[in-house]
Write a protein that binds this ligand. Structure first.
Ligand SMILES: Nc1ncnc2c1ncn2[C@@H]1O[C@H](COP(=O)(O)OP(=O)(O)OP(=O)(O)O)[C@@H](O)[C@H]1O
Ligand SMILES: [Mg+2]
Length: 244
């Protein structure tokens, strides 16, 4: 993807009064949100607070759902989930290329695999990959579409702590190179503040906190200023240090 030069002020995603409900229960209760082009945003919230519902709405994956409001999102969207969702009967490169055509796409697929450190594994079967490798293949598959918007729903949730930290570095690196708008759903406050430039907390169907993380990258968990952000986010999530 060619790095684009749009200003951060042009929203790629625009939500106005977005509501979603299930069985008469309101999950998203009038969300207003702009995601400027190229911004890296993380979305936190308790289990069941509606993070995946919001992400699916933006991805256009919620046709059956009851809701209202106005939503604009770009056409080229990629979604990464907690499990890699690689098709077990297709080799890694074929998984990455799924839905694309032509020789040029195949080249982009190889390049994307190389970018995530999987050069040479093109002909492997998904069950020959570790969990972290499978997630890297899923990232390569999302990149090959040159997305304007990358939606990720707890993409590192199933990985061990060490692999997770490596994946953080990789995701940030890929973002820097391609500059898609990113919305990363996570449970992990530290993951959010180390990776994202803006962190949202979803609470009672609304954005309860919208925090800009104004610290340079790469960030260290030991940065005392990150500690302040962490406390504000934990407070917004209703977690006090005593209860941890
Ligand atoms: N297809 C569905 N049918 C009925 N209820 C649903 C459906 N999808 C989500 N819900 C309900 O909506 C609420 C929000 O779900 P959602 O999956 O968005 O939460 P989440 O914040 O992503 O949670 P988690 O952190 O556990 O992934 C939950 O109470 C859930 O039961
Ligand atoms: Mg979820």
């Amino acid at each position: 993807m060619a790095p684009h030069t749009e200003q951060l002020t042009r929203p790629t995603v625009r939500l106005r009064d977005l509501t979603r409900s299930f069985d008469g229960r309101t999950v998203l209760d009038g969300i207003d949100l702009n995601l400027p082009a190229g911004q890296f945003t993380a979305l936190l919230g308790h289990s069941g607070s509606g993070k995946s519902t919001l992400l699916r709405a933006i991805a256009g994956l919620d046709h059956e759902v009851v809701g209202s409001g106005h939503l604009t999102a770009p056409e080229r969207v990629s979604v990464v989930f907690q499990d890699s969702r690689l098709l077990p009967w297709r080799r890694v490169l074929d998984n990455v290329l799924l839905g694309t055509e032509g020789r040029e796409a195949a080249e982009r697929g190889r390049a994307a695999l190389a970018e995530v450190g999987l050069a040479g594994r093109e002909r492997a079967w998904p069950n020959e990959l570790s969990g972290g490798e499978a997630q890297r293949a899923a990232l390569a598959r999302s990149l090959v579409r040159e997305p304007e918007l990358l939606l990720a729903d707890e993409p590192f949730g199933a990985l061990d702590a060490l692999t997770r930290i490596k994946m953080h570095g990789l995701l940030r690196e890929l973002w820097k190179r391609h500059r898609p708008t990113v919305l990363l759903v996570t449970h992990d406050v530290d993951e959010a503040i180390v990776l994202a430039d803006r962190v949202l907390v979803l609470d009672q169907g609304r954005i309860g906190l919208d925090l800009t993380i104004d610290r340079p990258h790469p960030r260290s968990y030991r940065d005392p200023l990150l500690g302040e952000y962490r406390e504000r986010l934990l407070a917004a999530l209703g977690v006090t240090e005593d209860h941890q």
